[in-house]
Design a protein around this ligand. Structure first.
Ligand SMILES: Cc1cc2nc3c(=O)[nH]c(=O)nc-3n(C[C@H](O)[C@H](O)[C@H](O)COP(=O)(O)O)c2cc1C
Length: 340
């Protein structure tokens, strides 16, 4: 019986290395609590020695609000022979209720060490890894996969293996590893997976708008959806979906202002150095201006800005009407108070 805890039609915020650290997840969790889950990016299971417990705790983030931890997924990435059992036990002992195994990472270094998406081509090794995690982690266990390594020939075998090993749900980025990010992720793979799987299937890959989400559910019949780059483009997407609110450029401008302001405040509360605070905002700006007529120009001005004030001037320029200063949300202020 699958222990997957989310109701159908849930929206999951994807793990993104270099972006979804604890600071970022706190901001999104406070501003947009409509997301059903958040994930940290992957912790590489070590070899030749296990990590100290404090490293495993720190990777997720310390002083993390309990209500957000309850919605959180701890993602790991392993290779055969690494200290998997010990790491899984550490994650369990730190009180995390949900582990996700990264089987989608396409990085050359990771695959050279037979980790991430490489394991999709080594099913006996994968079976042993899945067994170790299942035997030592009583909570929710999911796998985030691609549809294959070099090609999709064993896609259905991968799904069957995963469910036979007691995994609670499969999250599928609908591309092979060799496709990296080429083309558009194919929705047909998710439809195929839903036919084969006896556990919930979560669809992922190129689902950019609320209309896409609606059509995706209709077409694929999947249980839930996970968003990565589209969540960076529209971090308030879960609210749009749940409230049936209309997306518009005006709403987008206001939310961008609110989002960047909140992110800047939180990095300040964490005493991150100024240049790094500015860089963090830039690192999440890649898709957010895409819908504006002059999106590319706005993005380059934003990326060239040297101060937060200059960044905000660029965003203010998107608003047609005067805005009363930066729209700081009460929740963010409270968040700061509880995490000095
Ligand atoms: C910057 C970046 C970092 C990523 N890091 C991770 C990661 O740590 N773990 C993971 O499982 N997937 C990671 N991914 C993959 C995404 O979670 C997702 O599967 C992929 O981007 C396709 O979904 P999308 O079209 O919604 O972006 C990353 C993607 C991006 C763009």
């Amino acid at each position: 019986m699958s222990k997957f805890p989310l109701p159908s039609n849930s929206l999951m915020f994807a793990p993104m290395e270099g972006i979804t650290d604890d600071t970022y997840r706190k901001v999104i969790g406070a501003l947009y609590p409509e997301w059903d889950s958040f994930s940290c990016d992957f912790l590489r299971v070590p070899n030749p020695n296990p990590y100290p417990l404090k490293h495993v705790r720190k990777h997720f983030g310390e002083h993390f609000p309990e209500e957000l931890k309850a919605k959180s997924i701890y993602q790991i990435l392993t290779s055969p022979g690494a200290f998997l059992k010990e790491t899984v036990e550490q994650v369990r002992d730190l009180g995390f209720h949900w582990i996700d195994l990264n089987l989608g990472c396409p990085s050359k270094t990771v695959c050279k060490h037979r980790g991430g998406s490489y394991l999709l081509s080594e099913l006996p090794e994968l079976k042993s890894i899945l067994g170790t995690i299942r035997d030592h982690f009583p909570g929710v266990f999911t796998c985030k996969i691609r549809v294959g390594y070099k090609d999709d020939h064993n896609f259905e075998d991968i799904i069957r293996l995963i469910q036979d090993c007691g995994v609670d749900a499969v999250i599928i980025h609908a591309r092979t590893r060799d496709e990296l990010y080429k083309g558009v992720a194919k929705w047909d793979y998710i439809k195929q997976a839903v036919k084969v799987a006896t556990i919930p299937v979560v669809g992922n890959g190129d689902i950019w708008t609320t209309k896409d989400i609606e059509r995706y559910y209709d077409y694929t019949g999947c249980h839930s959806i996970m968003l990565a780059r589209p969540a960076l483009k529209t971090p308030w997407m879960a609210r749009l979906v749940k409230s049936n609110e209309e997306d518009s450029l005006e709403l987008r401008s206001q939310e961008i202002l609110r989002y960047f302001s909140a992110f800047y405040q939180e990095t300040g509360a964490q005493e991150i150095e100024e240049a790094s605070r500015i860089r963090r905002l830039k690192s999440v700006s890649r898709y957010i201006f895409d819908d504006f007529n002059e999106g590319n120009q706005v993005k380059s001005s934003f990326l060239r800005s040297k101060t937060f004030e200059d960044q905000m001037k660029v965003v203010q320029g998107l608003l047609q009407e005067e805005t009363p200063g930066y729209l700081i949300d009460d929740k963010i202020l409270n968040l700061q108070k509880s995490h000095p």
